[in-house]
Design a protein around this ligand. Structure first.
Ligand code: ZN
Length: 201
């Protein structure tokens, strides 16, 4: 995205509507400084502002983000480009979450086992042993919770029987036995329960 081009286009559109930065700001509920930052290419207007501006200026959001009016052929090309950018962003985020969940899982296992081992090795009084076992259980549950939350929104599962891609319910997701890449789930299309592979898109 060319911020400078977008900014210039925004300024051009505002002038074509014969509005000053002050007048526009008042109309859409932001300060003239904010408008000036958008038009200087310092900031991209937030999504809700892009929607308001696109209506006001009678251009599409795609055109705003392209920094120019688009003809049909151009329009399609640009629309696709933004969809691809968006998908790539989502995929990247999903991968980040998956990596993070693996790290959290490792730390959890390490912490929980080391506490149990310590408690078993030391000639600690009974209450201390029980406390440490409870503590390690709490760590394990928290760790599993964090891992679930991190991996739940990352990607979809693919049914090996019919190829259907789906997002499982939170309950199925948590209860399903799994490895890092597969999870035992019921396919909503063919109804078979099997180990479904995780897909990032
Ligand atoms: Zn299926």
């Amino acid at each position: 995205m060319d911020m400078q081009k977008i900014g210039n286009f925004l300024a051009e559109l505002r002038k074509s509507k014969r509005l000053t930065q002050d007048e526009l700001g008042e109309q859409i509920g932001v300060t003239n400084k904010t408008i000036s930052r958008w038009e200087n290419g310092n900031y991209l207007p937030p999504v809700e502002m892009l929607q308001i501006l696109s209506k006001l200026y009678e251009v599409s959001i795609n055109e705003l983000l392209s920094g120019a009016r688009l003809n049909d052929a151009h329009y399609k090309e640009n629309a696709e480009e933004y969809i691809v950018v968006d998908l790539m962003k989502k995929c990247k985020e999903a991968k980040k979450h998956l990596t993070l969940s693996v790290i959290v899982a490792c730390i959890t296992i390490l912490a929980a086992t080391s506490i149990i081992l310590l408690a078993a090795m030391l000639s600690a009084p009974l209450w201390l042993r029980i406390t440490s076992i409870i503590l390690s259980l709490i760590i394990a549950i928290l760790g599993i919770g964090v891992c679930c939350a991190l991996t739940f929104d990352a990607g979809v599962y693919e049914c090996p029987n019919c190829g259907e891609k789906f997002i499982p319910s939170m309950k199925d997701f948590i209860l399903g036995p799994h490895t890092f890449t597969k999870r035992k789930l019921k396919c909503p299309k063919c109804g078979k329960t099997s180990y479904c592979k995780k897909r990032l898109n």
